[in-house]
Design a protein around this ligand. Structure first.
Ligand code: HAM
Length: 422
C-alpha cells in the first residue's frame, strides 16, 4: 500500500481551503471590530505546561497528549489546546504590565490522540479567543456574543448555547465531596470509565454518555446548588447580560467541560446535526490559571471553536466569485510561449490573476482547460499574434473576442476598457 496521511489527520485540498479562507476572513473581521489582537504561540511546549495547566486527572493529559523527548532529552508535547500556551506567553512577556485587559485570538493546529471519527481528528484546528485581566461578567457576555456572531456569519443559524457555572474552587470542593458521597453507594453500577473517575475526577462523571450512569447522575446533587453567593451573583449577571444582548441560552447543570482550569461560567455551542461531535465551540472562565502557572492573579475567560466541525457544517455553501478578473494564457509556438510568460508576469504585477497553460497542446485543448479553470478571459497568442505583438482577448462567458496590441493590454486605459476597473 502506498503512503497515507497518519490516522486522524487529513489533507485540506485547494477546493476545501477556500472555505477555510472565508472562515478566517470572517472571524478576523468580527474580532478586529471588537479590538481583539492575534497571537501565535509555538505548536510544541514543555510537557509540564499542559500537566499543570489542563490538569493531570483530565483525559487530555492522561491519555491524549503527543509527548516526546527531543534530542536534548527535554519532554515536549504537541499542544492539545491553545489556552495554556497563551497564558504562558502572557506571563513570559509580562503582558499584564501593559495594564488593562488583553483581548487575544489565535488560530492553528492542535493535537489529541483521540479515536478518530467524523468531526474528531488527531490533528485539528481551533480558532480561540482569550480575554485576560477582567472578572467583569461583561467579559463573559462579550466573548459569548462574539462566538455567536462568528457562527452566524458562517451560516450556522441552528446552534444552541449551553450555559453553566462551575463555581469557584471552594464551591467545587464542597460539591465534589457531596457528589462522591452520593455516587459511592452506586459505584458498582457506574460504567467502568466513571468508576475510574470516582476519586480521580468525579465531576467528569456528570458528562458520561452511558445511560445507566446518566440515570444515576440525574438524581445527583446539583453543582448550581453549591454556588457561593458571589458565584451565584456572577452567574445571574452573565445571564441577564445575555438576555439584554438577545442571546438565547439553556442552562445545563451537568456541563462541566474536559479541562480542569475552569471556574464560574462554562459554556458550549452545540449543533444538532453533528450528533456527539456537535460541540462547535467550548469555553469558560479560568480565574486561577495565570496564577497557577506563575503569573500574578489574573481573572480570564475564553473559548475555542473546532474548525473542521465548522467546515463540515459550512460545506454546501456556494463559493463566491473572485472580484479580480482571472486571465488564462493560451500560446502556441516558441516565440508566442515566451511572450505569453512575460505578459503574464506584467499583468500579475498590475493585480490580475493570471494562469499560463504550459501543456504545449493544441489550441482546442488549451481552450477547454481555460473554460474549466474558472477564468473570465482567455489571452490567445499564436504565431501570427506573436509576430505582430498582439493578442486575442476572448471573453469566456460569451465567446466574443477582440484582437489588441500587447502594449494596449499593458496600458491602464486599455486594461480598464477590456477588463473593467480594477
Ligand atoms: P475544548 O472543549 O477541549 O476546549 O475544545 C474546543 C473545541 O475544539 C471543541 O468544542 C471542538 O469543537 C474542538 N475540538 C476538540 N477536540 C477536537 C478533535 N479531536 N477534533 C476536532 N475538533 C476538536 C479547549 O480546547 C479550551 N482551550 C477552550 C478555551 C479557551 N477555554 C477557555 N479558553
Amino acid at each position: 500500500m502506498g503512503l497515507q496521511a497518519p490516522r486522524g489527520t487529513r489533507d485540506i485540498l485547494p477546493a476545501e481551503r477556500i472555505y477555510w479562507q472565508q472562515l478566517e476572513a470572517t472571524a478576523r473581521q468580527i474580532l478586529d471590530r471588537a479590538a481583539y489582537r492575534e497571537i501565535c504561540t509555538p505548536i510544541f511546549e514543555q510537557t509540564s505546561l499542559f500537566e499543570r495547566g489542563i490538569g493531570e486527572a483530565t483525559d487530555i493529559v492522561g491519555k491524549e497528549m503527543y509527548t516526546f523527548q527531543d534530542r536534548g532529552d527535554r519532554s515536549l508535547t504537541l499542544r492539545p489546546e491553545g489556552t495554556a500556551g497563551v497564558v504562558r506567553a502572557y506571563i513570559e512577556h509580562g503582558l499584564y504590565s501593559q495594564g488593562g485587559v488583553q483581548r487575544l485570538w489565535y488560530l492553528g493546529p492542535m493535537f489529541r490522540y483521540e479515536r478518530p471519527q467524523s468531526g474528531r481528528y488527531r490533528q485539528f484546528h481551533q480558532l480561540g479567543v482569550e480575554v485576560l485581566g477582567s472578572a467583569d461578567p461583561r467579559a463573559d457576555a462579550e466573548v459569548i456574543a462574539l462566538a455567536l456572531d462568528i457562527l452566524k456569519a458562517l451560516g450556522l443559524e441552528d446552534v444552541t448555547l449551553m450555559l453553566n457555572s462551575v463555581g469557584d474552587r471552594d464551591d467545587r470542593a464542597h460539591y465534589r465531596q457531596a457528589l462522591v458521597d452520593y455516587l459511592t453507594p452506586y459505584a458498582a453500577d457506574l460504567d467502568p470509565d466513571s468508576q475510574d473517575r470516582l476519586h480521580r475526577n468525579p465531576l467528569r462523571i456528570l458528562d458520561s454518555k452511558d445511560p445507566r450512569t446518566q440515570a444515576i447522575v440525574n438524581e445527583a446533587p446539583r453543582l448550581l446548588d453549591y454556588l457561593s453567593a458571589s458565584s451565584q451573583q456572577h452567574f445571574e449577571q452573565v445571564q441577564s447580560l445575555l438576555e439584554e444582548l438577545g442571546i438565547p441560552y439553556q442552562i445545563n447543570p451537568t456541563l462541566v467541560r474536559g479541562l480542569d482550569y475552569y471556574t464560574h461560567t462554562a459554556f458550549e455551542f452545540q449543533q444538532g446535526s453533528l450528533g456527539t461531535e456537535g460541540t462547535v465551540c467550548g469555553g469558560g472562565r479560568y480565574d486561577h490559571l495565570v496564577e497557577e502557572l506563575g503569573g500574578p492573579a489574573t481573572p480570564a475567560i475564553g473559548w475555542a471553536m473546532g474548525l473542521e466541525r465548522l467546515i463540515l457544517l459550512m460545506g454546501d455553501r456556494p463559493k463566491e466569485p473572485s472580484p479580480v478578473p482571472h486571465l488564462y494564457v493560451v500560446t502556441r509556438g516558441s516565440s508566442a510561449e515566451r511572450q505569453g510568460l512575460v505578459l503574464a508576469q506584467q499583468l500579475r504585477h498590475q493585480g490580475y490573476i493570471v494562469e499560463v497553460d504550459f501543456s504545449g497542446s493544441s489550441f482546442k485543448n488549451q481552450l477547454k482547460r481555460a473554460n474549466r479553470s474558472g477564468a473570465t478571459h482567455c489571452l490567445v497568442i499564436g504565431e501570427e499574434e506573436a509576430a505582430a505583438q498582439t493578442v486575442q482577448v476572448k471573453w469566456l462567458a460569451s465567446g466574443e473576442q477582440e484582437q489588441v496590441a500587447q502594449a494596449d493590454l499593458l496600458s491602464a486605459a486599455g486594461r480598464s476598457r477590456l477588463f473593467g476597473e480594477q
